[in-house]
Design a protein around this ligand. Structure first.
Ligand SMILES: [Mg+2]
Length: 314
């Protein structure tokens, strides 16, 4: 299935299954070859970053946890799949070439299939409300795995976007509130048990089929420790609250990261999301049996079409 999808993606990269993958772009006269290597886990590697949410700019420290995971201040974490990284690399090279030829970089469009995580994509195996361990989860609907609903969407999105005037990149994004997970400010301090469990779990999810077969990003909002709250360190409290759904922080972070990914600079200029063809699926829809309406409100706040999991998967 991976090969089928990547064949359909513009730029037609060839993804090998080995840890070191070659990405070849046959559309240009001179073939470009990029090599993606496993980045070793590095501690205490941090970069100062900025994100703008509702016209307010926040600074935070981005720390590398692994080649696929970054810790965003104390307010969140981001994962990106290897397939996503490889695609961004190919498109970045395409854009640099187009820019040199005087083409407009704004012809780039992303299509976003986005999902809540708990009780939307996954549920616990144990039957408990919260997972007992990093592997206490399974996909909630057979449609996700067996019927290939997600891979189907990516392939259809690619089929539908054969307009040469626009380069469309369909990707999958997970936005999840993890308010029970403590994210310590001081990277010399050991990571909390809850954070380590979440990081292991999200990596397992990212590596599982069908997610490993689609370009995927995961954003999770986390909480500040009591000690960091008392000491007034870590991410701004307002950034913490806007990063939690129904706040729009994770979506603004996504736009910034997409801009970075294709090399049009930090910020949202030049990156367009095709909102008409993008959507968000979540179980907190404000129905009688729902614990909240935070997913429905989140979709409204960012301007995405909303579906409940039952509407989308069943
Ligand atoms: Mg949920």
């Amino acid at each position: 299935m991976t090969k089928d999808i990547t064949k359909l993606l513009k730029g037609k990269p060839t993804i090998s299954k080995a840890k070191t993958s070659k990405v070849t772009k046959p559309s240009t006269k001179k073939k470009l070859t990029a090599t993606i290597k496993e980045t070793p886990i590095t501690q205490n590697t941090s970069t100062k970053k900025k994100v703008t949410i509702n016209d307010k700019t926040f600074e935070y420290e981005e720390k590398m946890h692994s080649s696929t995971c970054r810790i965003l201040g104390t307010h969140g974490v981001r994962f990106q799949s290897k397939l996503y990284s490889e695609l961004m690399k190919t498109h970045k090279e395409n854009f640099l070439n187009n820019n040199n030829n005087g083409h407009d970089t704004k012809k780039l469009r992303f299509q976003i299939a986005s999902f809540d995580l708990d009780d939307t994509l996954i549920q616990t195996k144990s039957g408990f409300k919260f997972g007992k361990s990093a592997d206490d989860w399974k996909f909630k609907y057979p449609e996700i795995q067996e019927k290939g609903k997600l891979t189907e969407w990516i392939m259809k999105a690619n089929e539908d976007c054969k307009d040469d005037e626009t380069t469309t990149i369909p990707i999958m994004v997970i936005f999840t509130n993890q308010g029970g997970v403590t994210n310590n400010h001081d990277s010399n301090e050991p990571k909390s048990k809850s954070l380590l469990k979440l990081l292991t779990k999200l990596q397992l999810i990212l590596d599982s089929s069908p997610l490993a077969e689609v370009p995927t990003l995961i954003y999770a909002s986390t909480k500040k420790s009591k000690k960091d709250l008392q000491n007034g360190v870590g991410s701004d409290d307002q950034l913490h609250s806007s990063f939690r759904k129904p706040g729009i922080g994770m979506f603004e972070q996504l736009k910034m990261d997409l801009g970075d990914g294709v090399g049009v600079g930090v910020g949202i200029d030049g990156v367009l999301i095709d909102m008409e063809k993008s959507f968000y699926v979540g179980d907190a829809a404000g129905r009688k049996s729902d614990f909240s309406d935070s997913d429905k409100k989140f979709a409204e706040n960012v301007g995405l079409k909303f579906y409940t999991p039952e509407e989308f998967f069943v």
